[in-house]
Design a binder for this molecule. Sequence first.
Ligand code: TEU
Ligand code: CA
Length: 512
Amino acid sequence: MSETWWRGAAIYQVYLRSFADGNGDGIGDLAGLRSRLPYLSDLGIGAIWLNPWYPSPMADGGYDVADYRDIEPSFGTLAEAEQFIEEAHALGIRVIIDVVPNHSSDQSAWFQEALAAGPGSAARERFWFKDEPNDWKSIFGGPAWTQVPDGQWYLHLFAPEQPDFNWTNPEVHQEFHDVLRFWFDRGVDGIRIDSAAVLVKDFDGGDPEGYTDLAEVHDVYRSWRRLSDEYDERLLIGEVWFPDQERFARYLRPDELHTAFNFDFLGSPWDPAALRASIEQTIATHVPLGAPATWVLSNHDVVRPVTRYGRANTSWDNGNRRDGVPSDLELGYRRARAAALLAMALPGSVYVYQGEELGLPEVEDIPDELREDPMWHRSGHAVVGRDGCRVPLPWSGDETPFGFGTGNPWLPQPEAWKKVTVEAQQADLGSMLNLYRTALHLRREWLVGGGITWLDLGPEVLAFTRESGLTCVVNLAADPVRLPPHESVLLASGSIEGDELPSDTAVWLRTT
Ligand code: TEU
Ligand code: CA
């Protein structure tokens, strides 16, 4: 099998409205991203995945797409997006965009047409309009149905501003084929498929989750794979949240998606047995399929690792975010550094969510009136939601907006972030940023291809060797552990004294 770029890539996730603001309106945009491409190139990443960049009323941070063939005006223009793709390519960086096939925006042309055309019309058949709703609940809280003035109800698994498409309608299939072509023709290298497992619905089975992983959803991805195979080296990556590895694996069959996010690893607690089990299970699932594993520690939906790993319960659970649960951030930071070296040493591709490389914690004190996440609003304020991992990045300087732009950022940045700006961290050899940068560069040289061989350094230590001769050791025990024989230390997440690796520390050793 040929080694395509995505098999071992380090993929950097850009949440555009919080990355860098080029025009001073407080919202990140393409101009800001383009101006920071040298930063990303220097960091050593191979690809960028951007969250949705389409015109959107932003009821769910852009996951309510009004037009799949254009760019959100506050982000820039289609011409700028094309320039960005070209500039990224010139730096050897691939571009992955987000496609949202489960739902659109209530402001999309199709949904507006459906509202106007009325019950029984062909336009309504592109969505799920019913005379009577069932008892399904929205993933963001509240009912999954909203009534329109003529009395019909439409389905939205997420916010009411996100009506679900009817995937039994061939027009919907055709539309998304056209959308994929539209972007592949513009040089996009990959598609991240949002909420990939919930497209197909079964209203008659009486199952309260009659939308999760229905057999027909695989037909959609088989046809997408045929389409992407007409192009050169394009990647399809699915957002598939499943504890069940067998069902997860079905998305990675050779005629379906190339990869899917490894949320099992993300959700694993900072515990040696749990992490080892997750790694082994991941590899066991992927190897027979010939699909590369992905290693993910964070994204725009989950509490930042520094905060997660400093809590008493270090696992991640979508249904219980533990917002506001106290965290020992110093401990969390140490562990997040070690976790980064672990994730980057494993075979497959690795995802880095913007700000992870700066060691940013979750921002937990956003004033309620500034919160935007529909999870917060739809849950009746019972769930704080995801704004805390979406705060605009600190780039430089001593006060907000910390070089993010010139205007007031759309979410406030903590004052303490003056210590963790890109500028401050660049000057500090021991910073998280320099750890990530060094690791990402070493990874290109040392960590391509092959599997892992476990070393036994006791039950509380994760240790494995890659075919290149790099050995990764992570100490999850309370006490230091003696390092195995090695030629040199390539990189460590904390200070090593003699041959002793301290608790919650990881090291990359050269062993041959
Ligand atoms: O997330 C899908 C999903 O199932 C989420 O609801 C997840 O369970 C939630 O964020 C809890 O952490 C995708 C996107 O990643 C997310 O940002 C969108 O809000 C959602 O789809 C709807 O498009
Ligand atoms: Ca802007």
